[in-house]
Design a protein around this ligand. Structure first.
Ligand SMILES: *Cc1c(COP(=O)(O)O)cnc(C)c1O
Length: 366
């Protein structure tokens, strides 16, 4: 079976973890600090804070920008559930608006109609590894005095108009989960240029305590610390990040070239000014195709090719998030949930794997 994702763990990662184990300093320490420095350098931000998941990063970020119970935050319904759950965790209300058909990301043209006096922020997700349109979102945010949270869980090293993901809003949130482009097993990182957001996120990570001042609690906090054991994996991987990203882009380019002209198949679009890191390579199988998206999935499974549907349901179709569905038009999201299918695109695919996937997809359409 060609898996949809596979973490890259080399001897280098193993050695780095062993070195931490042998050092005796296994909780948050110098390796976490190194990871934070590397992330700030990568994103071009003043600050980076490592935490123990992408969800923790989102929760801390939402807290750090000052979201409070009763606030509304405008976001996308076409994403992983953590993107919206972090708002519920802060007592805030997600308000969903439809996505753009080409990029799968929040459609800035739909944001303004959803702004109310309670709106405090826009939470954009860089789905599948491509940044949302932060130029348009920033204009709206400035006009209405809103903050922007960037869910960059899928977009490490992606760029938008010359800026790197994590540096496109007021605060960026990464996940280092095992299936992400860069992993520490479990983990997350928050990036920002704002010293207040930085301080608030630091406190939130560590039970409201300041560094060197234990048992003095400056407000509600959690244990969202990352361990040096985990950080060692990601720090090691970061040396190969641009190579891994390049490999994903090359695999994606081969697919896109090979899949032109198949009726009912739409290949992913890289928006102008945007560099896509292909966390997922996601096709749309429209009703012009002779067979359905689900039939393609079954067909490829029989050929030992694993695919995945990210995401089969809009977030507003789950009871705990349904209040975020308003009277707006969600036709793009509702269409995409029935059309998308992601193929393996990760750097561990061999040339033969990619060729086999191409051949089988084309055969399905014949
Ligand atoms: C993976 C992911 C998260 C959550 O990250 P975890 O590390 O699993 O907590 C949040 N948002 C998006 C878009 C993701 O893909």
């Amino acid at each position: 079976m060609i898996p949809i994702s596979r973490p890259i763990i080399t001897e280098e990662e193993t050695a780095a973890v062993l070195a931490v184990l042998k050092s005796g300093q296994i909780v948050q320490g110098p390796v976490v600090e190194k990871l934070e420095q590397r992330f700030a350098e990568l994103c071009g931000t003043k600050y980076a804070i490592a935490v123990n998941s992408g969800t923790a990063a989102l929760h801390a970020a939402v807290h750090a920008i000052g979201i409070e119970p009763g606030d509304e935050v405008i976001t996308t319904p076409f994403t992983f559930v953590a993107s919206a759950n972090c708002l519920l965790m802060a007592g805030a209300a997600p308000v969903f608006v439809d996505v753009d058909e080409k990029t799968f990301n929040i459609n800035p043209a739909r944001v303004e109609e959803a702004i109310t006096p309670k709106t405090k922020a826009i939470l954009a997700v860089n789905l599948y590894g491509q940044c949302a349109d932060y130029e348009a979102l920033s204009q709206i945010a400035r006009k209405h005095g809103l903050k922007i949270v960037e869910d960059a869980a899928q977009s490490v090293a992606a760029t938008f108009q010359g800026k790197t993901s994590g540096n496109l809003g007021d605060v960026g949130c990464f996940s280092l989960y095992a299936t992400k482009n860069l992993t520490s097993g479990e983990g997350g990182v928050i990036t920002t240029n704002d010293p207040d957001i930085y301080e608030r996120a630091l406190l939130f990570r560590h039970h409201g305590q300041k560094k060197g001042l234990r048992y003095e609690y400056y407000g509600l906090g959690y244990n969202y610390r990352l361990s040096d054991l985990h950080a060692a994996i990601a720090v090691t991987q970061m040396k190969r990040l641009s190579q891994m990203t390049q490999q994903r882009r090359e695999n994606a380019a081969r697919y896109t070239e090979a899949f032109q002209g198949l009726a009912g198949l739409i290949t992913p679009v890289e928006a102008s000014g945007s560099s896509h890191v292909f966390h997922q390579y996601t096709l749309r199988i429209t009703d012009r195709a002779k067979q359905s998206r689900d039939e393609l999935q079954t067909y490829l499974e029989k050929k030992a090719i694993q695919t995945q549907i990210y995401y089969p349901k809009a977030l507003y179709d789950f009871p705990h998030l349904s209040a975020g569905k308003k009277e707006y038009d969600y036709s793009v999201t509702d269409k995409l949930t029935g059309e998308v299918i992601s193929l393996p695109v990760h750097p561990l695919l061999s040339k033969d794997d990619v060729a086999s996937i191409i051949e089988n997809v084309i055969n399905f359409f014949k």
